[in-house]
Design a protein around this ligand. Structure first.
Ligand code: F6P
Length: 560
């Protein structure tokens, strides 16, 4: 029997937070004016990340109560249980050990879970991935014509896509010259068609990345890719139309990453060209497993090692730091404050770094697939609201799109602003450092959101009285600022681990299993049932509800 979750609403901290909220008038201007030490006191160093929490709608009392809430729901204990390998993924009866993927090779004592020497297995697979990556990078690994690989196409979806593509984009300056990785995820055939349109099959390597190796989108795309490869090689006269040549082509142009190596073999990929991982790595927590093989090829084993070390820095901070100074836990508890006490429904993540343009998409799976739940890990209903909609776009693009609503709308939208001090491309414009100009926006936005602009200040600018209200900014719009020296592999690892553990903290408070994802199953099953109807099967069509039937009929009409 799993340990029953602690209902957070029954804790004394929750009651005190409710009372505290009812008497609290957010006043960031006043709080900063009265307390010169606020910025410094509420700013933390987490590895390379400077994390300023001072522009959040909290007083010291709020933070103390949130810390007490974390203690009362035994947040730190549950983290320890996770990293020890207890089966905290209760509904799937699995350990949750993504933190083991980034333990150093010489970590002591060795981590043995359910009879498995986890450290040894992790290091073995990492060694295999790195050896393969080196072969591709050096040109030792070739296609059927003996030419080296120039393009790697990662075929995967969800956690088998979003993590690798996000980190690849983030670390683009680290990618080896002459190598490119593309990512195909959508079963919309446009995705594969567009990504392969200008590729030469003789220099293309496909990585089929799927934890289960059953995912419809990935297997369909993998088959399409295999057909594209065969047709291209045949047309170019590089292989003969024989089973042996086709198999040979797959052996040299396809590798796989999966926990289901038997299914990899069924697809026709030689299991010696497959990299494994384990059921205790959740899909959305897998970028630092063999799922990151495309990345290891692109940025190389050394940089990949630095990425892992970045993750580990944050894991260690989370493991060893008391709650009151524990950055991921504090940020998770702040999110609970906003969702459960101040009524926030969404959370913006706004990187002032173009290279992080896929970060919000990555976080959407991490946070929403983890914490979008209505029942707790013991099957009982949740006792309070859970989850937020995470969203965002890189600054400054967002400023010219949706920031209006964050500044002056009626909804409370906590926002995380992320920036790096040193850009990958330090361009100047007539002698002006463009990155400085960019970051001036980063600093300005959080200032405007926190402190706003009063009617008096607007009037003092000579604004006509009739439009004064429209030009007032209320302020008190909460933000967290995260500033890193540069977008290095270590920093990217730290950022991802930070959000993993924020997500974990919220899940523990809410008593939910943040590591299952049953909510995606129904749609998948129905798609398989509906597929024959879409192909014109009358019985399958008749079995659908009236709306779905009408939509499919219309679709069939439109297809002619
Ligand atoms: O969307 C559901 C899901 O199971 C995700 O959790 C997972 O990351 C994705 O599908 C892909 O799964 P797989 O790696 O098994 O193909």
């Amino acid at each position: 029997m799993p340990t029953p979750p602690i209902d957070p609403t029954t804790t004394s901290a929750w009651q005190d937070l409710s009372e505290h909220e009812s008497t609290l008038t957010p006043d960031l201007r006043g709080w900063f004016a009265e307390d010169p030490g606020r910025a410094q006191r509420l700013t933390h160093q987490l590895g390379d990340l400077t994390v300023d929490l001072s522009k959040n709608l909290v007083t010291d009392e709020t933070l103390a109560l949130l810390v007490r809430l974390g203690e009362e729901v035994q947040l730190a204990d549950r983290y320890q249980a996770m990293i020890r390998g207890e089966h905290i993924n209760v509904t799937e009866d699995r350990a949750v050990l993504h933190t083991a993927l980034r333990r150093p090779a010489d970590a002591e004592p060795p981590l043995v879970v359910d009879g498995q020497d986890v450290d040894a297995d992790v290091q073995r697979v990492l060694g295999e991935v790195f050896a393969f990556a080196e072969k591709v990078r050096s040109g030792e690994w070739t296609g059927v014509t003996g030419e080296r690989v120039r393009t790697v196409v990662n075929i995967g979806i969800g956690g088998s896509d979003l993590g690798p593509v996000m980190v690849y984009e983030a670390l683009e300056p680290y990618v080896q010259d002459g190598l490119e990785v593309r990512f195909v995820s959508n079963i919309d055939p446009t995705d594969l068609a567009q990504k392969t349109a200008d590729l030469d099959p003789t220099t293309t390597l496909f990585i089929v990345a799927s934890k289960t190796f059953t995912t419809l989108e990935t297997l369909t795309n993998a088959r399409l890719a295999r057909t594209w490869l065969w047709e291209g090689l045949l047309a170019g006269g590089h292989i003969a139309d024989t089973d042996a040549d086709r198999q040979g082509a797959v052996a040299q142009h396809f590798v796989a990453v999966s926990t289901a190596l038997d299914k990899v073999a069924d697809f026709g990929i030689d299991p010696t060209n497959a990299f494994g991982f384990w059921d205790w790595v959740g899909g959305r927590y897998s970028v630092d497993s063999a799922i990151g093989t495309s990345l290891a090829i692109a940025i190389g084993p050394d940089a990949f090692g630095e990425l892992l070390a970045g993750f580990h820095t944050v894991d260690e901070h989370t493991r060893t730091t008391p709650l009151a100074q524990n950055v991921p836990f504090l940020m998770g508890l702040l999110n609970v404050w906003y969702v459960n006490f101040l009524g926030a429904h969404t959370h913006a993540v706004l990187p002032y770094a173009q290279q992080l343009h896929r970060f919000a998409a990555y976080l959407q799976q991490l946070t929403m697939e983890s914490n979008g739940k209505s029942v707790r890990w013991d099957g009982t209903p949740v006792t309070t609201a859970t989850g937020e909609v995470f969203w965002g776009e890189p600054g400054t693009n967002g400023q010219h799109a949706f920031y209006q609503l964050i500044h002056q709308g009626t909804r409370l939208i906590p926002a995380d602003f992320i920036a790096v001090a040193n850009p990958a491309y330090p361009l100047t414009d007539g002698g002006t450092d463009v990155h400085g100009l960019f970051l001036a926006n980063f600093f300005a936005q959080t200032k405007a959101l926190a402190f706003g602009k009063t009617a008096e200040e607007v009037r003092a600018e000579g604004t006509a009285e009739a439009i004064v209200p429209a030009r007032v900014f209320s302020g008190n719009r909460p933000t967290t600022s995260i500033l890193a020296p540069a977008l290095t592999p270590a920093v990217v690892g730290q950022l991802v681990a930070l959000y993993e553990h924020i997500t974990f903290a919220q899940g523990v408070v809410w008593g939910i299993d943040s590591f299952d994802q049953w909510g995606v199953e129904l749609g998948k099953k129905l798609a398989m049932e509906i597929a024959p109807a879409v192909e014109g099967d009358a019985a399958a069509l008749a079995a659908q509800d009236p709306s779905t039937q009408a939509l499919i009929r219309r679709y069939l009409e439109l297809r002619g």
